[in-house]
Design a protein around this ligand. Structure first.
Ligand code: EPU
Length: 350
């Protein structure tokens, strides 16, 4: 017989979401591994409850109390899973409950490059594939070989390979077909044996150059550790530390529009920030759009727009989820009225 599950009732989630929203979960359970999930699924009460799978809580907006069961993934462990000298990749497997930045540091400390541009992104390993976290020209999906999951409908575990994850810009199959069904247990990364610096983001190469690290000739290119440190420095300067000011990183996705709309906007907004995409579409900088609407640094009640990055909404005190939603809605309205573009939130609203 299995041990009774240590379920907490009426549990505050305030310290478990980076926005610092004080919402209450009806039930809360820590999940170190798959055995607990199997037990929950078989339980006549817990097995029927609405579920919220929680990682680092960094891509989450709690809009009210949660009337169901929070499954907090806390499984730890990182290992190199093959040492095939002929392979072009080093496979590293990490449990869902590992901290993302902790994993990046683990790899860099062992001389394994690949994840350095994704340094200091808040959140857990298990959440990283869901929204395909990305920064400074790298998306995590490009480095993921496999994602191992538990299927709550069947009680079976299964593994999706890279193609099966259907990664897109801040998007994956876990936001669609497997939403509310798959629980990510661990992620296997394929990191390059022959590593190359990814320095196409001018902000990153400028940061290195300022520190006297040349980036323009391959002989003296910075190593992965140095790049990770530069990314950490930029993020520390530009983005609020969620342990000090509640936030969920970029609150909106950068909207992808047609080249025709871009051309029309450029007539009135010659300084429009836009990035042409491989498929012919154009990505606009949502932070720039919000900034042009005058929202940077402003507040609506206890919810605010960060002074140094208009794409980041912050909790200035005791903001509720509803306060953040009200601010986000006002911003969406202004950006749509001025630019004819609807901004889509990045965090998961619960
Ligand atoms: N900008 C402004 N005003 C602002 C903010 C930005 O004019 O208040 C302009 C900047 O000058 C720049 C452009 O907008 O020309 C883009 O800004 P930035 O380089 O800061 O990047 P971003 O597009 O706002 C994206 C990601 C970040 C990632 C950075 C760096 C999204 C939604 N966000 O931000 O990811 O760190 O690029 O690669 O794609 C996250 O997803 O949580 C996140 C922080």
């Amino acid at each position: 017989m299995s041990n009774p599950l240590s379920v907490h009732t009426d549990f505050s989630l305030r310290t478990l979401n980076t926005f610092g929203i004080d919402a209450i979960a009806r039930s809360y359970l820590q999940v170190p591994g798959v055995a607990i999930l199997e037990q929950v699924r078989r339980d006549p009460v817990l097995g029927c409850m609405q579920r919220l799978v929680l990682g680092g809580g960094s891509n989450l907006l709690l809009t009210g109390d949660f009337p169901g069961l929070v499954l907090h993934m806390v499984g730890k462990g990182v290992e190199i899973v093959d040492g095939d000298p002929a392979s072009t990749a080093i496979h590293v497997r990490a449990q869902a409950g590992e901290s993302w930045h902790g994993l990046v540091q683990w790899t860099l400390a062992r001389g394994i490059g690949g994840l350095e541009n994704l340094s200091l992104i808040p959140g857990s390993v298990g959440a990283a594939p869901i929204q395909n976290i990305g920064a400074y020209g790298v998306e995590v999906g490009d480095l993921i070989a496999a994602v191992h999951c538990f299927d709550f409908d069947t009680g079976q575990t299964f593994t999706l390979d890279h193609a099966g994850c259907e990664f897109g810009y801040r998007d994956s199959v876990f936001k669609h077909r497997w939403r509310d069904r798959a629980v990510i247990l661990d992620v296997t990364f394929a990191l390059p044996v022959v590593w190359q610096a990814r320095l196409q983001y001018v902000e990153l190469s400028d940061e290195l150059a300022r520190d006297g690290v040349p980036c323009n000739d391959s002989a003296s290119a910075p190593d992965a550790l140095r790049i990770g440190a530069a990314v950490t420095a930029i993020r520390t300067r530009k983005l609020p530390d969620p342990t000090v000011i509640g936030n969920a990183g970029s609150f909106f996705k950068n909207p992808v529009v047609s080249p025709e709309l871009r051309d029309r906007l450029l007539v009135d907004w010659p300084r429009l920030v836009c990035y042409p995409q491989a498929d012919g579409s154009v990505k606009l900088a949502a932070g720039w759009l919000i900034d042009q609407c005058g929202w940077k640094g402003r507040s609506l009640g206890a919810a605010g727009v960060y002074e140094k990055q208009a794409l980041v909404l912050v909790n200035r005190g005791n903001a509720s989820g509803a306060d953040i939603v009200a601010l986000a809605t006002a911003i969406q309205h202004d950006v749509a009225a001025r630019f004819g573009v609807m901004l889509e939130p990045e965090p998961n609203f619960v």
